[in-house]
Design a protein around this ligand. Structure first.
Ligand code: FAD
Length: 316
C-alpha cells in the first residue's frame, strides 16, 4: 500500500528551492506501487507527474494540484559490458559504479545532478556525451494502459536534450539498459575526477538554479554564428550557439526580477538569490527571451520543466 501525503512541500525537493505544495505526494518502490499511485490519480481525476532529483524543475507558487510520484527503485546491475539501471538511481552513483566496473561511456555525465529517469527523459549530457548515446532500451510503464513495456533505442528518439519521453508524459521511465565499452578502471576514475574538476573550475554547481534554463538554439543567421566562432575560437556544434552567449550579447547578465537573477557567472543560469517566487523566474525568463529575440533575432526555448502553471502563465 502506498502512503499518500497531502499538501506536501515541493520547494525543498528542487534545486531551485521554489514552488508551492503538491496536493498529494507518494513514494513508490516498485511496479505494483506505481500502478496503485497512477490508478489513484486516475480515479480522482488528478494530473500526475514523476519527480526525480528535482534539478530541472520550476514549480508554480500555487504548487501542483495533483499527485507527485517519486520512484525509489535503485537497482543497478552489471551483465558483462551491459548495465541495467533503475530510474531512481542517482546519476553520479551510476557514473562511479561504471568506472569501478571498468565500463566506459558515462564519465562525461559526472556532476550532472539528478536521477537516471530524469536524465533519460531530457537526454542529459555534457562535454559532448549524453546518456541516450549509450542507452539500448528503456523500460516504461504506460500510464494509460498501466502496461509495462520496453522501448527500443530507435523508438526513444534521443536528440539534443530531447527524447520521446518529453513529448509523451504518459510514459513513466522505470529503468534502462546501457551498452558500455571495457576500459581500465584507473583511466575511468581519472576521467570522472577530471570531469568533476572541470565543472568545479567553471563553478557549474554553485548556485540555486536548474543549471541551463534554456536549450542552446540552432541558429540560421550565418553572420551571428561566424561572430560567435571568431570571438570564442570554437566551432558551433550542430549549428547551435550557447544560449548563455546569446544572453550575453543582449547584455542581460545580472538582470533581476524580484529574487530571481540572471547569474553573473553563467548567463544561461537563472538563479534564486533567496526568496524568489516562480512568478519572478517566469517574468525574468520572459524578459530574457524578449530581449534576446529583439537583439539577436534568436528565439530561446526553455530546457526546464515548468510544472503546475496554466497555459496563460506560460505564454510569452
Ligand atoms: C547545477 C546544475 C547543473 C546542471 N548541469 C547539467 C548538465 O551539465 N547537463 C544536463 O543535461 N543537465 C544539467 N542540469 C539539469 C538537470 O540536472 C538534468 O536535466 C537532470 O537530468 C534532471 O534530472 P532529475 O532527476 O533532477 O529530473 P527532475 O528535475 O526531477 O525532472 C525533470 C523532468 O523529468 C521528468 N521525469 C523525472 N523522472 C522521470 C521518470 N522516471 N519518468 C518520466 N519522466 C520523469 C519530470 O517529470 C520532469 O518533467 C543541471 C542542473 C543543475 C541544478
Amino acid at each position: 500500500m502506498i502512503e499518500l501525503r497531502e499538501h506536501f512541500p515541493l520547494a525543498p525537493c528542487t534545486t531551485f528551492g521554489i514552488g508551492g505544495p503538491a496536493r498529494f505526494y507518494a513514494e513508490v518502490a516498485g511496479l505494483a506501487e506505481l500502478r496503485e499511485a497512477l490508478s489513484f490519480a486516475r480515479a480522482e481525476g488528478l494530473p500526475f507527474f514523476l519527480m526525480g532529483g528535482g534539478s530541472n524543475l520550476l514549480i508554480s507558487d500555487a504548487g501542483f494540484p495533483g499527485l507527485v510520484i517519486r520512484n525509489t527503485g535503485r537497482a543497478l546491475n552489471r551483465e558483462g559490458t551491459d548495465v541495467e539501471v533503475e530510474a531512481g538511481v542517482v546519476l553520479i552513483d551510476l557514473v562511479r559504479s561504471c568506472a569501478s566496473w571498468g565500463l566506459a561511456g558515462v564519465a562525461t555525465l559526472a556532476g550532472i545532478p539528478g536521477l537516471v529517469g530524469g536524465a533519460l527523459r531530457g537526454n542529459a549530457g555534457a562535454y559532448g556525451g549524453s546518456l541516450g548515446e549509450v542507452c539500448t532500451s528503456v523500460r516504461v510503464l504506460d500510464a494509460g494502459s498501466l502496461e509495462e513495456r520496453i522501448v527500443s533505442r530507435a523508438e526513444c528518439r534521443f536528440g539534443y536534450r530531447d527524447s520521446r519521453f518529453k513529448q509523451d508524459p504518459a510514459l513513466v521511465v522505470l529503468g534502462t539498459r546501457l551498452s558500455l565499452a571495457p576500459a581500465p578502471v584507473e583511466e575511468l576514475e581519472e576521467r570522472v575526477a577530471e570531469t568533476l574538476a572541470k565543472r568545479a573550475a567553471r563553478r557549474l554547481d554553485c548556485e540555486q538554479s536548474v543549471g541551463s534554463y534554456f536549450t542552446n538554439p540552432v541558429v540560421s543567421d550565418r553572420a551571428l554564428v561566424a561572430r560567435f566562432e571568431a570571438e570564442q575560437r570554437v566551432a558551433a556544434r550542430e549549428g547551435r550557439l550557447p544560449a548563455g552567449w546569446l544572453i550575453d550579447q543582449a547584455g542581460l547578465r545580472n538582470l533581476r526580477v524580484g529574487g530571481a537573477q540572471v547569474s553573473g557567472i553563467h548567463a544561461n543560469y537563472l538563479i534564486n538569490t533567496g526568496g524568489a517566487s516562480a512568478r519572478d523566474v517566469l517574468e525574468l525568463a520572459r524578459l530574457v527571451k524578449e530581449r534576446v529575440l529583439s537583439q539577436t533575432g534568436v528565439r530561446l526555448v526553455e530546457e526546464v520543466s515548468r510544472i503546475g502553471f496554466s497555459a496563460g502563465e506560460l505564454a510569452d
